[in-house]
Design a protein around this ligand. Structure first.
Ligand code: FES
Length: 135
């Protein structure tokens, strides 16, 4: 390889490293905005009970309330609550919701993420708030 060829390769790699740096900054800035995570069961039983529609409605409701950037939705494997689904867990709050159809998905977004409203009126499977915290 000629000296010019080597210089081209070095410049390309330097650009790639620079792009990785800006990509990392972008990803970190996005991650810093995330305040909560919704774990949505995407396993067999919950899917049969409408889990896919639940996830879509959660996305839609979060977008409408401009919460899409600060609440991450993650599909997860079975949460060991089969038959009580679709199951959604709000992290880090530790609140588990069962039977989350589209209507309940919207209610969770409207009530759980609005501090002025009482989400505890929604049917909850488990409320693990405070568990595991140092006393
Ligand atoms: S399939 Fe959803 S909890 Fe088991």
């Amino acid at each position: 390889m000629s000296v010019d060829g080597i210089c081209k390769v070095v410049k390309m790699r330097a650009n790639a490293v620079s792009n990785i740096g800006s990509l990392l900054k972008f990803v970190v800035s996005k991650l810093k905005k995330i305040k909560s995570q919704l774990l949505v069961c995407a396993h067999k039983t919950c899917l049969k009970q409408g889990g896919k529609s639940t996830r879509k409605e959660l996305k839609r409701a979060l977008k409408e309330r401009e919460l899409r950037e600060c609440v991450l939705i993650t599909k997860v494997d079975c949460l060991d609550q089969c038959g009580r689904g679709p199951v959604v867990v709000v992290y880090p709050d530790g609140v588990w919701y069962g039977g989350v159809d589209e209507k309940r998905a919207r209610a969770i977004v409207e009530k759980h993420f609005d501090k002025a409203k009482d989400w505890k009126e929604l049917k909850v499977l488990h409320d693990m708030q405070g568990e595991g915290k140092a006393k």
